[in-house]
Ligand binder design. Sequence first.
Ligand code: AP5
Length: 225
Amino acid sequence: MNILLLGPPGAGKGTQGERISDRLGIPVLATGNVLRNAVRNGTEQGRAAKSYMDRGDLVPDAVILGIIKEVLAQPDMKGGVILDGVVRTVAQAEGLNSALSDLGRHLDAVLLFEVTDEDLIRRLGGRTVCELCQTPYTGKDAGSACPKPGCGGKVVRRMDDEPDAITTRMKAYRAQTAPVVDWYRDQGSKAGRSASNANGTRVIAIDAAGAVEEVTQRVLRRLEE
Ligand code: AP5
C-alpha cells in the first residue's frame, strides 16, 4: 500500500506516520527528515535546502523529485510506503504519480489531516524533536536525551518552530499545498468516480484532533474500508 500523508505543519503527520508504519509494517519516507539529516551531515543537498527550511519556505521541486525517485527505487520500499509530507506542490504530485507508475505502482490513498490553526500553533509551540531519529515530542525539554531505545540522540527545538517560520510554513501550506488536495480530488471528478481518482487514489479526510491513539485508530479504520 502506498499512502500519502498531507496536512498543515503540526497536524501530526510525523507522529501518525511512525505509528501507521509500525501497525502496517511498511516503511516511512519523510522528506522533512531526509532534508534535516542532509543539513546535519553538511551534504550538498543539505546546503541547498537549509535556508529554505530555516525560513519555513518550501524546498524547490527538483530537489524533492530527486529524493522521491531515489528512495522509491530502494528494495525495502517495494512492498509499499508511507509518504509523510512528500508532496507539497502540484508539480510534486505529478512527479510522484509518474515515479510510481514507472515502477508499476500507484498511490492508494491520500490522508488529509485536519486540525484547527489554534491547535497547530499550540502543538508546534510545545514540540521538541530528536536530532538523530527525528521523533517529535510534546512536553520533553530541549537538551534532554531521546528516550527511544538505542537512539542516543539529543532532543532539540526545530529552527522552523519559531513564530516567524511557523507563519511562513502555514502560508506556504495554504498557497502551495492546499491546491494539491484539490488536484487529487479533481482527478476523481474527471474519472467520474467519487471514492477514488483516475489512478485509483482515495482522498480521505481525517479529523486529527484528540488523543494520538484515537487519531491512529481513525486512520486504520478508514484504511480498512
Ligand atoms: P516537515 O518536517 O515535513 O514539516 P511540516 O510539514 O511543517 O510538518 P511538521 O513536521 O511540522 O508537523 P507534523 O504534521 O509532522 O506534526 P508532528 O507529528 O511533528 O518539513 C520541514 C520543511 O522541510 C518544510 O517546511 C520545507 O522547507 C521542507 N520540505 C519537506 N518536504 C518538502 C516537500 N515535499 N517540498 C518542499 N519542501 C519540503 O506533531 C507536531 C506536534 O504535535 C508534536 O509535538 C507532537 O507530539 C504533537 N502531536 C501530534 N499529534 C497530536 C495529537 N493528536 N494531540 C496532541 N499533540 C499531538
